[in-house]
Design a protein around this ligand. Structure first.
Ligand SMILES: Cc1cc2nc3c(=O)[nH]c(=O)nc-3n(C[C@H](O)[C@H](O)[C@H](O)COP(=O)(O)O)c2cc1C
Length: 159
């Protein structure tokens, strides 16, 4: 089983979760980097994200993932932005064909929970087998590694 862990992170929380998944599960870790970085300011990023999500804008990414067809399992991670996935994750999902693969969503949020994050990933991967997600608040806290290990124990039985 070849595993890919792909994520976008603006302030580092989703990166931390992705890196922890990499430690526990193994596989290749890829950060999605938009060609034009989001502003440094939280307020400006929130406003820009609102406009982009409303318009369905998919920001170009610096790189396309090579040989996506080689992977069997793809973990897809996003922060919750306005109740849904961050636009760079939407770009990734629209540019790569994950048909027939196992897709495992994960997200971080600021207290609102997963809202429509997982549902959106599912809708964008209609021909993938979607497994149970992991959603954590903020950076997942001190016991993130234990959370990821417990989650992985359950997931493993479906892979
Ligand atoms: C543009 C933007 C929109 C956000 N919208 C939500 C939201 O609707 N609900 C929520 O719970 N958190 C929201 N947050 C908080 C982030 O989901 C949370 O801080 C997340 O852990 C950030 O992940 P990151 O550090 O990987 O960027 C938002 C943050 C940003 C920057």
């Amino acid at each position: 089983m070849k595993v890919l862990i792909v994520y976008y992170s603006w302030s580092g929380n989703t990166r931390r979760v992705a890196e922890t998944i990499r430690e526990v599960v193994g596989g290749d870790l890829v950060e999605l980097v938009p060609e034009d970085a989001y502003p440094k300011s939280y307020k400006e990023t929130v406003e820009q994200a609102k406009r982009e999500i409303k318009a369905g804008f998919k920001p170009p990414l610096k790189a396309k993932i090579e040989r996506i067809e080689d992977y069997d399992v793809v973990f897809v991670g996003s922060p919750n932005w306005w109740g849904t996935i961050a636009p760079p994750v939407a770009t990734f999902l629209s540019q790569h064909d994950l048909s027939g693969k196992i897709v495992v969503p994960f997200c971080t949020h600021g207290g609102g929970g997963k809202q429509r994050v997982i549902e959106t990933i599912k809708n964008m991967c209609p021909k993938s087998k979607i497994l149970l997600e992991l959603a954590v608040s903020g950076d997942g806290g001190k016991d993130l590694k234990e959370k990821v290990e417990r989650w992985w124990q359950t997931l493993k039985t479906h892979i």
